[in-house]
Write a protein that binds this ligand. Structure first.
Ligand code: SAM
Length: 276
């Protein structure tokens, strides 16, 4: 039995909750993570009028589109992100990938974009590249998706305060690509314009998004089972154009990678290129 505040979760309830979470969003909660559940859900339970984990679980096992399900998934996702995360990935884009698209349209997907730092960093990186290479004209669409409506709302606003206004972003980029507002920063319209946000659950079909030249799917597969990782890697490969590129978090090596991708080491970083 784990206790946080005045709510308790029994071993049986924890097992049922593990099942709900994996089935609804792919996240696998390991043994002994009861504290994670109670610390993230106790307030939500109270605010939504439930009196125990038993009553919450009853609701979660009910009708398909109950809002409480989305709220629980939202509360259980880890949304940590920051500007220009894994800087080597941005060097790979600039040195090896953007030049391929001179005179063409490039379609890019940020597949678990959290509060928007990843797709906006890419948009700023493209702006820098275009300024340095005015002859290499190319158009870009960036689709940014996440399962969590809360982070997507923040991402769409593009307004950041505190640590999220500074972590990973240098003063020169702040000056160029943000309007400052006290201690907060607002992404400029030219950077926002390239990015559109949508709610997508990676464990379900995303074929309606179409095909991409580049996919960023960083620091999300780590939460899923090996089978789910393989399934998503396979479907990401299907969502890429021939010889398209996949970026993963720097420590991630999900099963299936070698079946569908060649590893390329460029500019001190790693990118996976779809096998032809
Ligand atoms: C740790 S953040 C990574 C953000 C960004 N890609 C980065 O590397 O900085 C993980 C994100 O994955 C999202 N996520 C978790 N499960 C998901 C799922 N099944 N489908 C889509 N997004 C999911 C979370 O909501 C969260 O915003």
């Amino acid at each position: 039995m784990s206790i946080a505040g005045n709510q308790r979760i029994s071993a049986g309830e924890y097992a049922a909750f593990q099942g709900f979470l994996e089935q609804s969003c792919g996240i696998v909660l390991g043994i002994g993570k009861e504290y994670l559940v109670t610390s993230r859900l106790n307030n939500l339970i109270k605010e939504n009028g439930y009196d125990s984990y038993a009553s919450l679980l009853k609701a979660l096992q009910g009708a398909a589109h109950l809002p409480i399900k989305a709220k629980v998934v939202d509360a259980m996702t880890t949304n940590e992100t920051f500007w220009f995360r894994d800087i080597a990935h941005f060097k790979i884009l600039t040195q090896a990938i953007y030049p391929e698209f001179a005179g063409k349209r490039m379609k890019l997907w940020s597949a678990a974009c959290s509060t928007g730092q990843e797709p906006y960093s890419i948009s700023m990186n493209i702006a820098d590249f275009k300024a340095a290479h005015p002859a290499d004209r190319f158009d870009t669409d960036i689709i940014a998706t996440d399962i969590s409506p809360t982070v997507l709302q923040e991402a769409r606003q593009g307004f950041y305060c505190g640590l999220s206004a500074s972590r990973g972003v240098d003063p020169v980029s702040v000056q160029k690509y943000f309007d400052s507002d006290g201690g907060c920063i607002q992404v400029k319209p030219d950077i926002k314009r390239r990015v559109s946000f949508r709610e997508v659950n990676l464990t379900q079909s995303y074929s309606t998004l179409g095909k991409f030249d580049i996919i960023f799917c960083r620091n999300v597969l780590i939460y899923f089972s090996a089978e789910m990782k393989f399934d998503i890697v396979q479907r990401l490969a299907q969502s890429l154009n021939p010889e398209g590129y996949l970026f993963l978090g720097s420590t991630e090596a999900p099963p299936g990678l070698k079946d569908f991708f060649e590893m390329r080491s460029i500019a001190g970083g790693i990118v996976y290129q779809k096998k032809s």
